[in-house]
Design a protein around this ligand. Sequence first.
Ligand SMILES: [Zn+2]
Length: 66
Amino acid sequence: MTKYETLSNSMHSQDRLKVACACGHTSHFNLGEALALFGQDATPYDIRRRLRCRRCHEVGKVTLSI
Ligand SMILES: [Zn+2]
């Protein structure tokens, strides 16, 4: 995802959003989960700002890929 993309224009129904934290923890969201959590207009910037890692409890250290 580039910083100008949003969930709704960069994910397709089969895609999964992969979130990898700097600590090594990774998690995946399907499209429905990602939209429910972040909203269809969420950009990578929004997602990074909102997502707290379940392992290290840091915010803003994740890398996103689809
Ligand atoms: Zn972490």
